[in-house]
Design a protein around this ligand. Structure first.
Ligand SMILES: [Cu+2]
Length: 473
């Protein structure tokens, strides 16, 4: 007989007589525990190639795929075996503030040799990821990132589920990482983009083979863990069905190609309906880094089926607080700076500095509402205060000539307008791309109390001033 733990405890209590459950009493399942150990290690990104020095979780790049069920409570022990401070952020997971993993803001940094225990419940199903929020412009590209998957109560029917963590690395001919993190030339430009794209830690390229079978339905969970690279993904010969952005369900729709900025995720359904022996390229067509990433190769095995599965691919939505635009308060954030475009004056520690002074004297390049902040230094001074439960429209005005994927912690927002023009549909995101000179309006309910990071996910930009906190409550 199949009996859930709760039913078992209930019936055991009843049969014991007199030990019946009190109304409202909940037997929480014990939190599932995992240990993540951050440490240096080496691995070759290409079979037979030179070894690359990484920092990684549990000896891998990416770190282990953490897979949980919606509603589950987890206990994640992070051990720091690096010789620098660290802390881990659970990107996209709506955690209580104290579990958000931001050093100096939500916790003390985890010192070398120490550990920190993160405990929280998982309110949403979806594709999330984890990475340090300490010197992330260095710790992330060195290899500290991994997927965090929360399964739906009723997953859609597929033959296979793949998790692809996309990233890149800047390496020399000897395979060693180039030790040039945080250069002002990268900070004030497009960020530090690697010279080798990685797919699950392996060198991407036409020679990277993905074996599929005719008739197979694949659910692809994509995560852009790169520090600065924007992907524009296409798959020859196949329809790309998007079913979720940033872990949140969208009405399934087919796209020609998919833009994925740093920090962003997408869930896709691919029906492999080409013939045995066929080869199809997965490509990146972004202007900066166009090229093949992998080849889908159809095996000669007997097809699984000759028509695509007819099972629905629509995901059940998570319960997110719906912003009411009629009563929402408007807030503005203006972004300026960078090496191209109009020179600016920004405040650093309360004192004005021009663009070249920001860069040469402070190592900063970007301002939000005329202020440039050092990573986490002035974080206890939020740049925006919201009341708990406030309905908010945040208008982000990008006065720079650069693209910025903006990320808000602890909340999801709906993207409601671009350049002042209403968009439909209005998908939920935790990270949204602002194009150069573009304005993007997002709406959300500030229902999670605490000081929440709000920053560009081009991690050099965040380190260069595009980072601050929003206080809720
Ligand atoms: Cu940016």
């Amino acid at each position: 007989m199949n009996m859930s733990r709760r039913e078992f405890i209930k019936s055991a209590a009843v049969s014991a007589g007199g030990l019946a459950m009190m109304p409202g009493m909940v037997f929480a399942a014990p939190a599932r525990a995992m240990t993540l150990r951050a440490a240096p290690f080496e691995q070759a990104v290409r079979t037979g190639g030179p070894r690359t020095n990484f920092w990684g979780f549990n000896g891998g790049v990416p770190g282990p795929v953490l897979k949980f069920r919606k509603g589950e409570s987890v206990r994640l022990v992070v051990q720091n075996a690096l010789d620098v401070d660290s802390a881990v952020h659970w990107h996209g997971v709506r955690v209580p503030n104290a579990m958000d993993g931001v050093p100096h803001v939500t916790q003390n940094p985890i010192r070398p040799g120490d550990e920190f225990v993160y405990e929280f419940a998982l309110p949403d199903s979806g594709t999330f990821w984890y990475h340090p929020h300490q010197s992330s412009f260095e710790q992330v590209p060195r290899g500290l990132y991994g997927a965090l998957i929360v399964e739906e109560d009723e997953p859609i029917e597929v033959d296979r589920e793949l998790v692809w963590v996309l990233s890149d690395v800047r390496i020399g001919d000897d395979g060693r990482q180039t030790e040039d993190f945080g250069r002002i030339l990268d900070v004030a430009n497009d960020g530090r983009i690697g010279n080798q794209v990685l797919l699950n830690g392996k060198a991407a390229g036409a020679e990277l083979a993905i074996d599929v079978r005719r008739g197979e339905r694949i659910r692809l969970r994509l995560i852009n863990a790169a520090a600065a690279r924007i992907f524009q993904l296409g798959l020859a010969g196949h329809a790309i069905n998007v079913i979720a952005f940033d872990g949140q369900a969208v009405e399934p729709h087919v796209v020609e190609n998919l833009q994925l900025g740093p920090g962003m995720r997408a869930d896709l359904v691919i029906d492999c309906m080409q013939v045995p022996g066929g080869r199809y390229l997965l490509t990146d067509s972004h202007r900066r880094n166009a090229g093949p990433l992998a080849t889908l190769i159809y095996s000669d095995a007997r097809p699984l089926r000759d028509k695509p599965l007819s099972a629905p691919i629509r995901l059940a939505p998570n319960q997110l607080p719906e912003p009411d635009l009629a009563k929402a308060t408007e807030h503005y954030i203006m972004f300026q700076g960078g090496m191209r475009g109009v020179p600016v004056i920004g405040l650093v520690d309360g004192k004005p500095a021009k663009t070249h002074e920001l860069m040469e004297r402070h190592g900063l390049a970007w301002t939000m509402n005329y202020t440039a902040r050092h990573e986490h230094s002035l974080m206890h001074e939020p740049f925006l205060h919201l009341n708990l439960g406030e309905h908010v429209v945040l208008r982000m005005i990008n006065e720079t000539d650069f693209v910025h994927p903006m990320h808000l912690h602890g909340h999801f927002f709906r993207v409601i307008a671009v350049n002042g023009k209403k968009v439909t549909p209005q998908p939920w995101h935790d990270t949204v791309i602002m194009g150069p000179r573009q304005s993007v309006d997002v709406a959300f309910v500030a229902d999670n109390a605490g000081d929440w990071m709000y920053h560009c996910h081009i991690l050099d930009h965040a380190a260069g001033g595009m980072m601050g906190t929003i206080r809720v409550g």
